[in-house]
Design a protein around this ligand. Structure first.
Ligand code: XMP
Length: 323
């Protein structure tokens, strides 16, 4: 019979046996899956595991800190953080086509990760033979099927690194569904903010800015996104929605009025959706007072934003993300 305790015990024993006295590495994305996979492997082999976190500068407010501080504090994991913000911004300069952005981000990510990997391998110690991945049961099933969103947009995530032949894979979550992974994470003592985190795309806020990605635009979007998340959480709506992308229409301006002055600012789009598996989705009927609060706060608190709009499109025909 299934209990999180059993799953943890079984996996810990199996991983110990498999790895022996060798070493493993794991890429952390800030998401639930890689965090729980890493925590499980850490429990099994301790300092024989090294995690790598590539900070591409496209994360939301406080997410990098949650990985660097809270996750490390909760697990004691050995973590190598690579600050690659400048490198990503440089590579993204002048790029506004969505697929091009995804390709650039994916390519830079792999380069930075491989560099970090090489440094870890070069460190003294036993051979690094294993790569930990947070593959879930639905991923296993889906990759057999081969249809779905992956064909529409070039997806990028930490689990999607090219299979490096030098490594043997450890995939401790292969038999689990998302809610089970969350339970295992909770049992392992991971921070609530990580365990309950809603899906967030690998390319991050880079694909939530319609137009070129710049530092100023990212900072602006981070503020708007933080306000939306704060209010959704305060209203107790986190479990009712699948996720709520917040999108900056950086190439659009509209006229507004604030105080006694005319403004000419950018719109922010709220895209709250409900879904079972992200393959299809419906727009969430959020309470008007919550929407009003988010709108008021964003237009008051975020400079250069003078309009908040709500996306009322289901998927299909819209996708969840705008790019
Ligand atoms: P779409 O926009 O295709 O998104 O309806 C479906 C789900 O996938 C997430 N998403 C991604 N996740 N890497 C990821 O790990 C990606 O490149 C990526 N693109 C979209 C999206 O947030 C939604 O949950």
């Amino acid at each position: 019979n299934w209990t999180t305790g059993n799953v943890i015990e079984e996996q810990v024993a199996a991983i110990r046996e498999l790895v022996g006295d060798r070493r493993a590495i794991c890429g952390l994305s800030g998401g639930v899956d890689s965090a729980v996979a890493a925590a499980l492997v850490q429990k099994a082999i301790g300092s024989q595991l090294t995690c790598v976190y590539v900070d591409h500068g496209l994360m939301r407010k406080n997410e990098t800190e949650q990985v660097e501080k809270d996750f490390v504090a909760a697990t004691g994991v050995q973590l190598k953080v690579v600050d690659a913000e400048e490198r990503f911004l440089k590579a993204l300069a002048g790029v506004s086509d969505p697929e091009e952005k995804r390709k650039v981000i994916g390519r830079e990510f792999i380069r930075v990760f491989e560099q970090a990997q090489a440094e870890i391998i070069a460190d003294e110690g036993p051979a690094v033979e294993f790569l930990v991945q947070g593959t879930l049961y639905p991923d296993v099933v889906e990759s057999g099927g081969g249809t779905g969103t992956a064909n529409i947009k070039s997806h990028h995530n930490v689990g999607g690194l090219p299979e490096d032949l030098e490594f043997k894979l450890i995939e401790p979550l292969r038999k689990l569904f998302k809610d089970e992974v969350r339970m295992v994470g909770q049992e392992l003592g991971l921070p609530e903010e990580i365990v309950q985190r809603q899906p967030f795309p690998g390319p991050g806020l880079g694909i939530r800015i319609v137009g070129e990605v710049t530092k100023d635009r990212l900072d602006l979007l981070r503020e708007a996104d933080a306000i939306a998340r704060e209010e959704l959480t305060a209203a107790g709506l986190d479990r009712d929605i699948w996720q709520c992308p917040v999108v900056l229409l950086a190439d659009v301006r509209s006229v507004g009025v604030q105080g006694d002055g005319r403004t000419y600012g950018h719109p922010i789009v709220l895209r709250p959706v409900s879904s079972e598996d992200a393959m299809t989705a419906d727009w969430s009927r959020l309470p008007y007072d919550v929407l009003a609060k988010i709108s008021t706060r964003i237009t008051n608190e975020v400079a250069d934003v003078n309009r908040v709009v709500l996306d009322v499109t289901s998927k299909p025909p819209g996708t969840i993300e705008w790019e």
